[in-house]
Design a binder for this molecule. Sequence first.
Ligand code: ZN
Length: 83
Amino acid sequence: MTDTNNDEIIERNFDERTEEDKEAFLTQTWCNACQAADLGMVEPKEYELNGVIIVEGKCKKCGEVSLTEVADESTDGEWEDER
Ligand SMILES: [Zn+2]
């Protein structure tokens, strides 16, 4: 059986985010390769996959792809670190 997993990717424009948003995405990261948080990432791009908004970039330290899921655009700041 062929698994017809219909992954729908919708391109989004990361540059349309506010400077504050971009700054947060580019600094508040988790890298699976480094097993470390907040290393930062470069070359960000944004897309929507099956209804989930994802910001993808490369770890500043090791260059591995780092993904950040955006919980919900309407819940402003929800995904940010709890202090
Ligand atoms: Zn890394």
